[in-house]
Design a protein around this ligand. Sequence first.
Ligand SMILES: Cc1ncc(COP(=O)(O)O)c(C=O)c1O
Length: 379
Amino acid sequence: MTTDHLAHVYAQWPIDVTGAAGVHLHTRDGRRILDLYGGHAVAALGYSHPRWQAALEQQARSLLFQSNAVPLEIRSRAATRLAHFAGLGLETVFFVNTGAEANENALKLALRITGRRKVVAIEGSFHGRTAAAGAVTWGAAKKWYGFPQAPFDVEFLPRGDLDAVARVIGTDTAAVIAEPVQGVAGAVDLGQPFLAALRARCSETCAMLILDEVQCGMGRTGFPFAANMHGIAPDMLTTAKALGAGFPCSALLMADHVAAHLGIDDLGTTFGGGPIACALIEAVVDIIEPEGLLANVRTLAQQVRDTCVVGPVVATQGAGLLLGLRTSRPAKDVQRELLERDILAGTSADPHVVRILAPYVLESQHVEQLRDALASLPA
Ligand SMILES: Cc1ncc(COP(=O)(O)O)c(C=O)c1O
């Protein structure tokens, strides 16, 4: 029986959240839940970070909104900050609103610039629910895609299959799109050798390498982007989620040879690059760097790996605080049992992986709390 007017398309957890502070959610019945999931990797700074809140308040007071028809200093500053933070030689930034939209634009550019009609994606990938992003999402056609056909030809490459790289990517390939660390698949690091092989083959065939860092980017791996961690320079990179750390926004970063093809009216959006989003993107970079959050992510991720293989956890995978805890029992059961102990973690497409997407401001005591809770669960 429908109890409200919302579309019933989400399975929901049995918690009634009324507020949050730091790394904790507060519920109507007085619980304080350690949030190791951050709203699908969005709440990278936790909740109520004072500098994030100040940036939001200040920008809301000074200029709430103007579209891209009006040049704004804050928009230019945010693009410069983001390009410098990435340090990948991707000097042009196009701001949009969601991860799917950033991927949609990246794919469109690659197809248009190369004049080719095939895109290669990686098995296990998740790139979003729009027509193009869904077409390169593993399993979407069977589960929820809904469009009668993909807007281009798609071929999936098995993860880590170095032999398949040269066979599948050819001079008919417009783009290869890959999450360097797959999120929805269960925190699966594609690894340096495989990513380097994709980069080399794209260069050989003049296909574009698009790295989707919507989930694994903006510091989540303990590096600005997973591309930095693996020393891979893509032609385009997309990012979202932690980019605004709670304010919806996304970005497409491009190399000069891609941006050289852009003319007036080629891309567009009403909300993308709005002043509040840009003020928060600038704030996120300004917080991550001086507060040493990249190092904190690396340290605490190591603590999880070193101490949390207990109870039902048999191994860890992923990178930084995009971590998968491989479980001996169904991950859904372990997730439910953790929630009963006031710890929120996620699951993934892999039924035996509990997914950790904790805020970068996590502390050692929180990892200890996770370890103690896991240790109290049956193996
Ligand atoms: C790697 C990746 N790409 C794209 C998306 C889609 O992002 P959005 O839901 O903001 O459209 C997601 C969302 O989970 C994601 O994890």
